[in-house]
Write a new protein. Structure first.
Length: 367
C-alpha cells in the first residue's frame, strides 16, 4: 500500500509540474510532441486522431517531461518555424519554462489552504504548548505557554523558525529567550539529550507546540500564508547550509528516502500525508490514512519540486531560464549546441547525485 501511495503522490506532483509547461506551451501555440508522466519504457500512450501531441505513461514514476518543438538542435523540419519554442518571444519562453515550478507552488498553496479550512490549523507562533517532565527543558525552567523570542540571539517568529535553529545546533547547549505567560522576559540555557528510536538518533529538548485547532476562513488564510513562507524559508536555508557545511549531502534524501517518509507519514494519518505532499510540492487506503496527512505530503513535495526546478542549474528549468536571460542581455541566443552540451553535463551530474543520495538512503534503511 505504501508503494501505491508513493506512486500516487509522486505522480500528482509531476503531473502538476509538467501540466504547467504543457498548458503554457499550448497557450502560446508551441508545438508539443509528447506529454509524459514517468521515465523509461513507455507503458501506455494515446494520441488523438489528427492531433499533434502524444500522451504517455512510462515505467519509472520518478519524473516526467513535455517535449516541445524547437528545444533540440536537430529538430523536425516539417514543423512550422512559428510553432517552435525558439521562435517565441522572450516572455513567452520564460513563462513556458517557469510554469512548471509556478504550478507546483500554486498547487502546494491550494493544498495548505484545504488543510486549514477543512481540518483547522494550529498556531504557527513559537509558543510552547507543553514541556515534558524529566526532560532538559523542564529541568532548565521552560514552561507551558512560554513564547520563544530567540534561539542563541537569532530571532524566531514561527514554530518552524525555532525548529530549524534547534536542528542546526546539533545537540549543543542552546539559549532560549522567552516571554512567559506573565510577560516576564528570561533567558534559559538548555542542553538536549540524545535519543535513539528505530536506529535514528535525535536530540530531544522535551517541548511540543500548542496543538489547539483554529477554524474559519481567516485562520486558514493566515495558516496558508505563514506555512508557505516557512516552507520556502526552509528550502533557502537548506540550500545555503549545503554550501556552508551546516547540512551534508549525506543528509539529503532520494526516492528511497521519500518512500520511507511516505511510509512513516501514512501511518500517522491523511493530514500529515497531505502536508508532506505540499512540502515536497516537495503519501491511499486514503480512507484508512485520513486525508489531511496525504495533503501535507503532497504540498511538501510540490514546493520541493518547484523550488529545485527553478534553481539556475543546467538541466533544471532554472538553468534554461538562465540561458534565456543571458540571451536577453547579449541580444542573441547562446549557441544551441553549447547550451545542450552544458545541460547534458548538468543532467549527468544530477544523475550521479541521485545515485549517491539513493545509496545513502539504502544504507540508512539497513543501518
Amino acid at each position: 500500500m505504501t508503494f501505491i501511495i508513493f506512486v500516487l503522490i509522486l505522480g500528482a506532483v509531476v503531473l502538476v509540474h509538467e501540466f504547467g509547461h504543457f498548458i503554457n506551451a499550448k497557450i502560446f501555440k508551441t508545438y508539443v510532441y509528447e506529454f509524459s508522466i514517468g521515465m523509461g519504457k513507455r507503458l501506455w500512450y494515446f494520441k488523438k486522431k489528427g492531433g499533434e501531441t502524444e500522451y504517455s505513461i512510462r515505467l519509472f514514476p520518478i519524473g516526467g517531461f513535455v517535449r516541445l518543438a524547437g528545444e533540440e538542435v536537430d529538430d523536425d523540419k516539417k514543423i512550422p518555424k512559428n510553432r517552435k519554442l525558439w521562435a517565441k518571444s522572450f516572455w513567452q519562453r520564460f513563462l513556458i519554462m517557469f510554469a512548471g515550478a509556478g504550478f507546483n507552488f500554486i498547487f502546494a498553496i491550494l493544498l495548505l489552504f484545504i488543510i486549514g479550512i477543512s481540518y483547522g490549523s494550529v498556531s504557527t507562533k513559537p509558543i510552547i504548548g507543553s514541556v515534558s517532565m524529566n526532560y532538559p527543558s523542564y529541568e532548565a525552567g521552560l514552561r507551558d505557554g512560554d513564547t520563544v523570542l530567540s534561539i542563541d540571539n537569532v530571532n524566531v517568529k514561527t514554530w518552524d523558525d525555532m525548529i530549524w535553529e534547534l536542528t542546526m545546533k546539533n545537540g549543543k547547549e542552546t539559549t532560549f529567550k522567552v516571554k512567559d505567560i506573565n510577560a516576564n522576559i528570561k533567558e534559559i540555557k538548555v542542553k538536549p539529550i540524545k535519543e535513539v528510536k528505530e536506529n535514528e538518533e535525535s536530540y530531544v529538548y522535551g517541548i511540543s507546540r500548542d496543538t489547539t485547532k483554529y477554524r474559519g476562513f481567516s485562520h486558514a488564510i493566515d495558516y496558508t500564508v505563514t506555512k508557505t513562507k516557512s516552507l520556502f524559508t526552509v528550502m533557502f536555508k537548506t540550500i545555503g547550509a549545503l554550501f556552508t557545511g551546516g547540512v551534508s549531502v549525506k543528509d539529503l534524501s532520494g526516492p528511497v528516502g521519500i518512500y520511507s517518509i511516505v511510509d512513516t507519514q501514512s501511518k500517522a494519518g491523511f493530514e500529515s500525508l497531505l502536508y508532506l505532499v505540499a512540502f515536497l510540492s516537495i503519501n491511499v487506503g486514503v480512507i484508512n490514512l485520513g486525508i489531511k496527512y496525504f495533503l501535507y505530503i503532497l504540498a511538501f513535495l510540490s514546493i520541493n519540486v518547484g523550488f529545485i526546478n527553478i534553481l539556475p542549474f543546467p538541466a533544471f528549468d532554472g538553468g534554461r531560464i538562465l540561458f534565456l536571460i543571458i540571451e536577453k542581455i547579449k541580444g542573441k541566443p547562446v549557441d544551441p549546441k553549447i547550451e545542450n552540451t552544458i545541460h547534458s553535463i548538468g543532467f549527468f551530474l544530477l544523475l550521479a547525485l541521485i545515485i549517491y543520495v539513493t545509496f545513502n538512503d539504502i544504507l540508512r534503511l539497513f543501518s
